[in-house]
Design a protein around this ligand. Structure first.
Ligand code: ADP
Ligand code: MG
Ligand code: MG
Length: 199
């Protein structure tokens, strides 16, 4: 079972990973965006870590909803409300249980990803974070490792796609040949689950 500590570790691990990869995320956002994805998420996840230390929410749902509020209020840029929605919806789905199963987490994140698609209007194949998140959530029923691999594959597979949502879509065909920054950060977020689980 996964308790609030697990979810705090997930967010802290994700924050550390975003810190390590911030330059790469920003570099990916340079040819097909405005070169701020790494700094956007770094600001957001640092705020998440600070808030979690200060408020110490004691259920998985409360951890995710607090993280969501920080991302929405600090990230700025498209990815803030989208990641905020992912975690807020997932947190709501977990309710106020003290511990949740891997299966419940998979279902909750599935609801979160659906909410991101509703908010942003993107579908798989549009070259967005959805291309990493959808396969990851599908694989979560198997294991965190499988979800991590699926997210990484999904992120890499955005390279040959033409963007149909977000800033990159303004480039039309010129968006082809570049890996999507948001799909790349989504893969980091999912990979952090494996580390948080100590797998
Ligand atoms: P901005 O484009 O406002 O500068 P970021 O650079 O932080 O925001 O985030 C860009 C990422 O957000 C993209 O790489 C893409 O994955 C994701 N994104 C943008 N628009 C959408 C959307 N409508 N649906 C899903 N993801 C999106
Ligand atoms: Mg950007
Ligand atoms: Mg921007």
């Amino acid at each position: 079972m996964l308790d609030a500590d697990f979810f705090r570790r997930w967010m802290a691990t994700a924050a550390a990973s975003v810190d390590r990869e911030a330059e790469r995320l920003t570099a990916l956002d340079s040819p097909i965006g405005d070169a701020d994805h790494g700094t956007n998420l770094q600001r957001g996840f640092r705020a998440v870590v600070t808030a979690l230390e200060k408020e110490a929410p004691d259920t998985p749902g409360a951890v995710l909803q607090l993280a969501a509020r920080q991302l929405i209020s600090t990230v700025g840029g498209a990815s803030g409300p989208l990641y905020g929605t992912l975690l807020r919806r997932a947190g709501k789905a977990l309710g106020d249980a003290a511990e949740v199963s891997g299966e419940q987490l998979a279902k909750a994140l599935g609801a979160g990803v659906d909410a991101v698609m509703t908010l942003g209007g993107a579908s798989p194949g549009d070259k967005t974070m959805i291309d990493a998140l959808v396969p990851a959530v599908d694989a979560l029923g198997t294991s965190f490792e499988a979800a991590k691999a699926a997210a990484e594959e999904g992120a890499v597979a955005t390279t040959p796609l033409q963007a149909r949502k977000g800033r990159a879509s303004y480039l039309g065909e010129r968006s082809i040949g570049h890996q999507d920054p948001g799909a790349t950060s989504s893969a980091l977020l999912i990979a952090a689950l494996v580390e948080a689980a100590g797998e």
